[in-house]
Unconditional design. Structure first.
Length: 253
């Protein structure tokens, strides 16, 4: 199946899952996760109207970005129909020393996992004169192999308590990658946990925290049932990832 067909199918499944959960389909955004896939794949999705994307490494997006942004697809056809503008989110672990580059190249950072990183991003965004949307990544399963703050970590509270002085960040909510379970329903308790944590942080801070980024190819329907506002789907749109290609090392940002 082509990327166009797979994208159409995933969109339909997202809408169906939303309706089945008595939610409006437009309340769940579909992020196309293009890591390891070439600019041509991203452009195919753009030609089908997809504008929200996720990449997990700074350098990888840096190497693909020019080719994507130079495409005629992103240039206005006429003054009456403005060019579509894509939104690229960083969803992989970010080292503090790459915060400046990430703040420059991405429209949002969905994987903020320390107060120090948030402070660095805030400084970088201030220098760039932009407001950066961020999500805080939570490691709900407590897995050592995964990034994110523990749900009970004092640093998580400290980060949210610092939000009023992080003037160039807009703290919109939480993101998680739950432990893998063969049965997608196995992820449900983790999704519930993320939603409850968001509710607690909302009460504590008074921030609206509208965003819950949860659900991937394997389990997005369950995530939508539990309140996801953004599902991050790679494989089901672009096919299997090939980590042997030179632009696609699986390591961290
Ligand atoms: C790769 C990745 C995804 C997409 O995973 P699929 O199973 O291919 O849909 C989602 N979120 C994050 C953080 C990822 O790194």
């Amino acid at each position: 199946m082509s990327i166009a067909q797979q994208l159409a199918q995933v969109k339909e499944r997202v809408a169906q899952a939303a309706r089945a959960a008595n939610r409006a389909p437009e309340d769940v955004r579909l992020m196309a996760v293009s890591k390891t896939h070439p600019p041509a794949a991203i452009l195919q999705a753009i030609s089908c109207g997809q504008i929200l994307f996720g990449e997990n490494r700074v350098q990888e997006w840096e190497s693909k970005r020019e080719e994507v942004l130079a495409s005629p697809l992103l240039v206005a056809a006429s003054s009456s129909s403005p060019a579509p503008k894509i939104q690229m989110h960083l969803i992989g672990h970010l080292q503090s020393n790459k915060a400046a580059k990430a703040a420059e190249l991405f429209d949002a950072i969905d994987s903020v996992d320390s107060l120090r990183l948030a402070e660095r991003l805030n400084q970088s965004a201030a220098r760039l004169n932009k407001i950066l949307n961020i999500l805080v990544e939570v490691n709900v399963g407590g897995e050592l192999s995964k990034a994110g703050l523990a749900p009970t970590s004092p640093e998580l509270l400290a980060l949210f308590d610092a939000s009023s002085r992080l003037t160039h960040l807009r703290l919109l909510g939480l993101m998680t990658v739950p432990p893998f379970t063969t049965d997608p329903a196995g992820a449900r308790p983790y999704f519930v946990q993320l939603r409850q944590l968001r509710d607690q942080l909302r009460q504590r801070t008074g921030l609206p925290l509208p965003e819950l980024s949860m659900g991937m190819s394997h389990d997005f329907e369950i995530a939508i049932q539990e309140g996801s506002t953004c599902v991050r789907v790679g494989t089901a749109i672009f096919g299997q990832r090939d980590y042997s290609s030179p632009t696609a090392a699986p390591s961290e940002s």
